[in-house]
Design a binder for this molecule. Structure first.
Ligand SMILES: CC(C)(COP(=O)(O)OP(=O)(O)OC[C@H]1O[C@@H](n2cnc3c(N)ncnc32)[C@H](O)[C@@H]1OP(=O)(O)O)[C@@H](O)C(=O)NCCC(=O)NCCS
Length: 423
């Protein structure tokens, strides 16, 4: 049985940060009812690759959910929302600041309607503080949470990371908060408000950069390959490991943009690694060379360590290097392109690139469920089309008759009012 079977989620989230959370909870077995505006989640039409079909932006973040359209700006729509709220365990949203208040449903009102419901809310900067009125997207959060200032080369501009730490990272934080609040609700009978700010989530994911920020007041950061003397903020340091061990991306053949392997020169493996590469780079005594004897020496002379490894790596492809280095127990990882990953046996074997069908777009792929429960494996199903389950939800979940549904539809509960031409 699925872990969250019997948990009903009223999901008003849109774009990426919220949907990534509710998709995970759906894969854990919750019944996720995606309540959408009559025009749908904006991502349905964004970056479209198949005409008139839901975009991959939408389909990849909304699997295993049911879709109902409700016009929250009409009294009839609000009434349907209240009925759904009453029978939900979780309600979640990531609207811009003030949207729920304008609907007439701040947390206090939601709690009054259903004291047991847990509410999850994502905001760019939270509901308090000078930034609380501002909207945010992924890269805004990366900029403001300390990720961009610490990513890239020292002498280049700040960079965003490819991993969606602002959006999906915040969704993960929210999932943890919701599950904890649900556990507490089960003990006390009382729901609570769970808020995650994207900026806070990015700061949390950049925690080690704050370790270095504070170390700077006392010492140079000897593991960094860039000079840190006199700095008052953690610098960008390219592909430095960022941990206690030395690491960097090493070039491989044939020299294409992703022909690199990330190598961690762990203290425990230096001797074996030096014995392996030394004879191939004209330094048979590398293991006993005083320039590299201790980790402090290797840190001081790390540019030479990387030069030697680049020279060695130029004889091998990144996959060959992976074999060579793993034989020596050296922690390493070839830089995998999306193409590499899509065709990777390990990835397919772990159900991390999953083939799905869709009535509008045919065959497509989603990234699978990264959290594996031994007794409740995730069963991944396609995303819903807009309003696909409106009638089903009204009948099965709210027990409405066909006549009641028709009357609500007529009154505009599920659609936008037609535009009236100005005289
Ligand atoms: C992402 C974001 C910037 C998008 O901004 P946006 O497109 O202007 O969307 P908003 O959430 O501010 O507003 C949504 C609008 O749709 C309307 N709407 C949403 N659901 C509706 C429904 N079911 N019925 C009627 N109207 C609806 C809202 O009322 C609002 O209109 P209003 O401003 O007239 O009140 C903003 O939602 C945001 O900052 N969210 C919090 C941070 C976040 O999650 N960002 C990451 C997204 S991946």
């Amino acid at each position: 049985m699925e872990a969250l079977k019997g948990i009903r989620i009223l999901d008003m989230t849109h774009v990426q940060a919220g949907p990534t959370c509710s998709q995970l909870l759906a894969w854990l077995g919750a019944d996720v009812i995606k309540l959408e505006p009559p025009i749908g989640d904006a991502t349905r039409g964004q970056l479209r690759d198949v005409p008139n079909a839901d975009s991959l932006y939408f389909t990849m973040l909304n699997c295993n959910k049911r879709s109902i359209t409700v016009n929250m700006k009409s009294p009839e729509g609000k009434a349907v929302f209240v009925e759904l709220l009453k029978i939900s365990d979780i309600i979640m949203e990531n609207f811009g600041p003030g949207v729920l208040d304008r609907f007439g449903f701040p947390w206090e009102k939601i709690h009054e309607i259903n004291p047991r419901v847990v509410m999850g809310s994502i905001k760019g900067f939270g509901s308090s503080g000078p930034y609380s009125d501002f909207k945010a997207y992924e890269n805004v959060a990366q900029a403001m949470g300390g990720s961009m200032s610490t990513t890239g080369a020292l002498d280049g501009p700040p960079y965003v990371t490819g991993a969606q730490i602002g959006d999906s990272g915040t969704g993960l934080h929210l999932a943890i908060g919701l599950l904890a609040a649900l556990r507490q609700r089960d003990r006390t009978g009382e729901g609570q408000y769970v808020e995650v700010a994207m900026m806070d989530g990015v700061m949390n994911l950049c925690r080690v950069k704050w370790r270095d920020h504070q170390r700077l007041t006392r010492q140079e950061l000897s593991e960094y390959s860039v000079p840190t003397q006199g700095l008052t903020a953690t610098p960008r340091a390219g592909n430095d490991s960022g941990g206690g061990q030395l690491g960097n991306a090493v070039k491989c053949k044939p020299g294409g943009p992703n022909d690199y392997i990330y190598v961690v020169v762990q203290e425990a493996v230096w001797e074996a690694l030096a014995n392996r590469i030394g004879p191939h780079v004209g330094q048979p005594d590398l293991a006993t060379d005083p320039r590299f004897a201790k980790i402090a020496d290797r840190r001081k002379n790390q540019s030479e360590v990387w030069r030697l490894l680049d020279e060695f790596g130029s004889n091998y492809t990144k996959r060959e290097m992976m074999v060579v280095l793993n034989e020596l127990d050296v922690p390493c990882g070839p830089i995998m392109s999306t193409e590499d990953l899509a065709n990777d046996e390990h990835v397919r074997g772990r159900d991390m690139y999953v083939e799905l069908d869709h009535p509008q777009r045919g065959k497509w792929y989603n990234i699978g469920m990264p959290i594996k429960l031994s007794a409740s494996p995730a069963k991944i199903e396609r995303s819903p089309t807009l309003g696909e389950h409106t009638d089903e939800i009204l009948k099965e979940v709210l027990g409405m008759s066909d006549a009641e549904i028709a009357a609500k539809r007529e009154a505009g509960a599920f659609s936008n009012p037609p535009k009236v031409a100005k005289p």
